[in-house]
Design a protein around this ligand. Structure first.
Ligand SMILES: C[S@@+](CC[C@H](N)C(=O)[O-])C[C@H]1O[C@@H](n2cnc3c(N)ncnc32)[C@H](O)[C@@H]1O
Length: 224
């Protein structure tokens, strides 16, 4: 089943989508690009490039959605010439016709958005020389991972819409995915989210967020 969405221009000029069933946006209306860039690229990807300098980077994204986080990551992989092996899970993909309306390639000066969305589900593909993508069509709760990751982008809809995705069991599952010193970043800094991340054995850091968001989180798996 495809997501029932309509698109909206956010304050920085980049699109987001609104899920009309849940009445939730996929990104901040104060700037979709600025939010993704701050939460997932600056706090997550660039730090992981530093920490794991000699490795291809294994990244897992919860909630592929519009593909904005994947597109920004593919762009950075190319700029830094760092191989990224990207796995994204999505339970309710956007219809291809909806994704064709997204303005991200124009906004970023990239040309990968169509290949991100048109790539098959459940089969890895190369998007550029430094970025490969595996999209998994499943609910996170039903997925049994077999890989380990340096970095997790946790981009579920807000706890007000999907509280079940912010419970201790989910974070325990994600903590097991992380390699030692691995990172998880998320836009949601609610105190019970911090607590549930700590219960999963992760060290929680608060960092300044994008416009109109005071704090965002980075959680770190201890080395031992
Ligand atoms: C906040 S949006 C993600 C935005 C996305 N990262 C982007 O760059 O556009 C949350 C996403 O999680 C997906 N989702 C909702 N419930 C899910 C579940 N149980 N398992 C996997 N994906 C789910 C939604 O369909 C939506 O695409």
């Amino acid at each position: 089943m495809n997501a029932d969405v309509r698109l909206l221009i956010t304050a920085d000029g980049s699109h987001t989508a609104i899920n009309q069933t849940l009445d939730k946006t996929y990104h901040s209306i104060h700037g979709a690009y600025q939010e993704s860039q701050r939460v997932y690229i600056e706090l997550g990807l660039l730090e992981a490039f530093n920490r794991f300098a000699d490795h291809p980077l294994y990244v897992f994204e919860m909630g592929f959605g519009t593909g904005l986080n994947a597109l920004l990551t593919a762009q950075q992989a190319l700029i830094h010439q760092r191989p990224v092996v990207y796995t994204a899970i999505e339970a309710y993909p956007m219809a291809l016709d909806d994704t064709k309306q997204l303005n991200y390639d124009n906004f970023l000066g990239t040309d990968f958005l169509a290949s991100l969305h048109q790539s098959p589900w459940n089969s890895p593909v190369s998007i550029n020389p430094y970025f490969s993508l595996l999209k998994i069509h499943s609910q996170l709760q039903n997925w049994s991972p077999s890989d380990a990751f340096h970095l997790v982008y946790y981009d579920a809809f807000a706890p007000t819409a999907q509280p079940e995705l912010w419970e201790p069991e989910i974070f325990a599952k994600l903590a097991h995915l992380l390699l030692p010193n691995g990172l998880l970043t998320t836009y949601c800094s609610k105190s019970y989210v911090q607590r549930n991340l700590r219960l999963a054995g992760l060290i929680v850091e608060k960092h300044p967020g994008p416009p109109h968001k005071r704090d965002i989180l980075r959680a770190v798996r201890p080395a031992s």
